[in-house]
Design a protein around this ligand. Structure first.
Ligand code: FE2
Length: 370
C-alpha cells in the first residue's frame, strides 16, 4: 500500500505573490519509486555503455516541429583536467566532444512513451523531462529585458531592471504561470527568479558557492536520500532571451545511476552518495552520452534536477543568457488544453487527487536556498 508523505516547498518571495495564487506550502503524496534495476542485469562493461539506454522519458510532444533536431548526444564525458579546462572544482566532469545525432534506437530509448498509471496525478515528477512553448502573455512583460539581452554590455542594466518595479511585476506573472503548471495541491514555489548571465564560454555554466564551475551535477536543495529523489521537486526554466540555451543531462534517474555504479564495483547494495554519484558514473562510464537539449527563446523545460545528472549551457554569442527559473512540482501543460472534454477530465482528476492529498501527514520544512 502506498504511503502518503508531505513536504514543504517554502516560497522564497523575491516578489510579493498575490494571496489568490494559493497556499505557500506544497504537499507531496508520492507513490513509491519504481524498483531499481537488478544490478546483475545491468551492462557494466564501459564498452557497452556508449549508446543511450532507456531511462527518463523526454517529452517533446508540445514542440513537434523541433523534435529530433533539438537533441544531440556527446561522445561521453571528460574530466576537466583532461580537457584542459580551468575554473572548475576538483573532480569535475563535462560532456566530451563531438556532438552527434541520436541513432533511431537511441531516439526510441530517449522518447519512448510511458504507460499512464492509475493515480497519475500524484505520480512522482522525477521520471521525465518536458519541453514546451510558453504563452506570449508570460513573455511579453519581459520584452524590454529581452531587447537589452542582445548586448553583453547591458548586463548591469538588465540586472537593475529585474530588481525594479516592472521587473518584479514581470516576475509575478511568470510565477503565476508556474503555479498554473503545478500538480493539483502542490502550488508552492521555491526560489522564483529572473536571471541574467553572460555565457562564460565553458562547456557547462553552473557555479558553486566558491565561485568555481561544478561541472555535471545533481541538485540537492532538498537533501533527499536516494529513495526520495524521484519525488523531490522539479525545476521549471523559461528561456526569456534571444538565443538558444541548452539543458545537458544524462538520461538515467539517479537510482539507475547508483545501480550501474554499484554493479561496476561488484556490490549489490546501492550506495546513497548522491553527491558523489555523478562523477563516479562519469569516471566508470566515460563513453555514456550526455544529452544536449535545445531550449529556444520562448520555450521552457521542466526537469527533475534533483534526480538527474545535468547542467546548463549557452553559447558565447555576444549576448546575455536570460531566463526565469523556480522549483516546485510542475508538469507540462496539456497540448490539447482548451477542448471542453479535456478540461472536464483534467478538472475531475485534480479533484480526486486533491482529496487524497488533504488527508496527508503534517508538512515538514524544506531546506531553503542560501
Ligand atoms: Fe543544477
Amino acid at each position: 500500500m502506498s504511503s502518503c508523505k508531505k513536504k514543504t516547498a517554502s516560497l522564497e518571495h523575491l516578489v510579493t505573490i498575490p494571496a489568490t495564487m494559493g497556499a505557500t506550502a506544497a504537499s507531496v503524496c508520492a507513490t513509491p519509486a519504481a524498483a531499481p534495476p537488478d544490478p546483475a542485469d545491468l551492462p557494466t562493461n564501459p564498452q557497452t555503455m556508449r549508446t543511450l539506454i532507456p531511462g527518463l522519458a523526454l517529452d517533446l510532444a508540445h514542440t513537434p516541429a523541433r523534435r529530433r533536431d533539438a537533441v544531440r548526444l556527446s561522445a561521453g564525458t571528460q574530466h576537466t583536467d583532461d580537457a584542459g579546462l580551468i575554473g572548475y572544482a576538483e573532480r569535475s566532469y563535462v560532456p566530451r566532444l563531438p556532438w552527434r545525432s541520436p541513432t533511431d534506437e537511441e531516439w526510441r530509448a530517449l522518447t519512448q512513451p510511458q504507460e499512464e498509471q492509475p493515480g497519475d496525478e500524484i505520480k512522482p515528477p522525477g521520471d521525465r523531462i518536458s519541453v514546451f512553448r510558453v504563452p506570449e502573455s508570460v513573455l511579453e512583460p519581459f520584452a524590454y529585458l529581452r531587447e537589452l539581452s542582445y548586448e553583453t554590455g547591458n548586463l548591469r542594466r538588465i540586472q537593475a531592471l529585474i530588481e525594479d518595479v516592472a521587473g518584479r511585476n514581470a516576475l509575478v506573472e511568470a510565477a503565476r504561470y508556474a503555479r498554473s503548471l503545478a500538480y493539483c495541491g502542490h502550488t508552492g514555489l521555491d526560489a522564483p527568479i529572473a536571471h541574467a548571465k553572460i555565457p562564460p564560454g565553458t562547456p557547462t555554466m553552473t557555479t558553486g558557492r566558491d565561485g568555481r564551475l561544478t561541472g555535471l551535477h545533481v541538485d540537492s536543495w532538498y537533501r533527499s536520500e536516494l529513495e526520495g529523489r524521484a519525488s523531490s521537486p522539479n525545476r521549471l526554466s523559461i528561456n526569456l532571451g534571444v538565443h538558444d540555451r541548452y539543458l545537458l543531462f544524462v538520461n538515467l534517474p539517479l537510482r539507475s545511476v547508483a545501480a550501474h555504479v554499484a554493479r561496476a564495483h561488484g556490490e549489490t547494495k546501492l550506495a546513497d552518495s548522491s553527491f558523489a554519484l555523478p562523477r563516479e558514473f562519469a569516471r566508470l562510464f566515460p563513453g555514456y552520452p550526455v544529452v544536449k537539449l535545445r531550449i529556444a527563446p520562448g520555450e521552457a523545460y521542466i526537469a527533475p534536477t534533483e534526480n538527474v545528472i545535468h547542467d546548463g549551457y549557452a553559447e558565447r554569442t555576444g549576448g546575455i543568457d536570460l531566463r526565469f527559473t523556480c522549483r516546485g512540482y510542475f508538469r507540462a501543460p496539456d497540448p490539447w488544453a482548451g477542448t471542453s472534454s479535456t478540461a472536464r477530465m483534467r478538472s475531475a482528476r485534480c479533484g480526486a487527487a486533491g482529496a487524497r492529498m488533504s488527508s496527508s501527514a503534517p508538512v515538514r520544512p524544506a531546506i531553503s536556498e542560501s
